[in-house]
Structure formats: structure tokens, C-alpha cells
Design a protein around this ligand. Sequence first.
Ligand SMILES: C[S@@+](CC[C@H](N)C(=O)[O-])C[C@H]1O[C@@H](n2cnc3c(N)ncnc32)[C@H](O)[C@@H]1O
Length: 220
Amino acid sequence: MVKLSIPLELRRGDLRHDEEASLWSAFEIIKLIERFKPIAESRWLDFGCGVKMAQALYERDNPQDIYVGLDVFETQIEHLKERLASEPKFAFATVPFQNNMYNKHGEPMTSESLLPVPVQECDLLTMFSVVTHMEPHHTSAILKILRKYAAPDARLVFSCFADENQEVPFYDEFPDKPLMHARYRKSALDDFIADAKWETVYYGEPIEKVIRSHYVCRPV
Ligand SMILES: C[S@@+](CC[C@H](N)C(=O)[O-])C[C@H]1O[C@@H](n2cnc3c(N)ncnc32)[C@H](O)[C@@H]1O
């Protein structure tokens, strides 16, 4: 039984049909994060949050200082706000950004875009299965945007489709399903990370049923 069970129509991602498996994957990701940054007392900004990290924190009695979940999926965000209205350690907001898979008619996102975040310095900034659905100009922009909300000793953790041997810097694997698989050459992501003034401290290969390729970065 998931303590904060969320209706199927408000869940996204590969494991949306199996809420227990999705929650388990969130706990596995938290273990990975905690090799680099403790969750306890952290100010955590989760961009493209979906529901699973909020579910995982709630399941563990909210160790964080504050978890801020941002997503373009307004009905999901409204649902999370209502369900967690009495919990001061959670904040959620809808962001308006355009994305060819999830929010076709949204507003442009640029490196100057602002986020509705109640804290200016976050210890942990994350994007799980978000860059996997982003065009390069948006990936470059969001890395720069998140950098502005990072505390000096913050960690950025995000997952992506990255391949060191890919010939082209980027391709959209299924053009008839735009951005279902946004595939990057690893060096292209490395360049975006450096341009946004992050430094990679760890790069991990995919872990089945848990996470795609993933980066852990710190501000420089
Ligand atoms: C595959 S789901 C992953 C959700 C969650 N991070 C997880 O791991 O379960 C991708 C999420 O990114 C959100 N998203 C996509 N583009 C976005 C954007 N430009 N701004 C904010 N959220 C976005 C989608 O609405 C969706 O909730």
C-alpha cells in the first residue's frame, strides 16, 4: 500500500501503471542521491517532478526541510497541493513552459526564465526523466536556470539518454512521437553542463527499472 496513492491518470513515466514499482524506484534513486547529498534537512527542488519523489518522502515521514515540486502538468500539481495541504515541508507549483511532448502550447523557456520557488538556495536540484524528453535548447536553458537556485554546496542530479559514441549531438528517436526519447551524445551534455557553470562529480550508466544514464553535478 502506498501511503500517498495518486490516481493513475495523474501519474507519468514508464512505471505509471505500477505504483509500488514506481515508489521502489524512487527509494533506489534516493539511495543514489544520498551517496552525494543527504536528503534529511535538505531544501530540494525537483523540476518535472511527477509524483514519485513526493510519495517517497511522504512514505518516510518527510525527512527534508522542504521539497519543491514543479511541473507543467497542472491537474497533477493541483492534486498534490490539495493532498499535502497540511504538510509544510512540501510546496508545488505549475510552470508554463513549452515542451513538444508534454505542453505543446506552453510559453518559451529560456535561460532567463524564473521559477516559482519559495527558497532562493536549494541543496538538491533534480530532474528525473525530464531531460529524456527535452530538446537541446531547453536542456541548455534549464541547466542554467537551476544553477541560479543552487546553494554553494548544492548537488544537481538528473537522468538522460546519453551515449558517448553517438555520432550526432542530438536526435529525437521517434519523430512521430516527439521527444519520447531525446537522445544526446554525452559530450553534448557535458558541454551544456560546463556552460551552465556546473561540474560533473559522477556519471552513472542506466540502472534497470530505476534510472537512465545520470549525472551528479556541483556548482562551479
Ligand atoms: C516522464 S515524467 C517523469 C516524472 C518524475 N520526474 C518521475 O521521475 O517520475 C516527465 C515529467 O516532466 C514534466 N515536464 C516535461 N517538460 C517539462 C517542462 N518544460 N517543465 C516542467 N516540467 C516538464 C512532465 O509533465 C512530466 O511530469
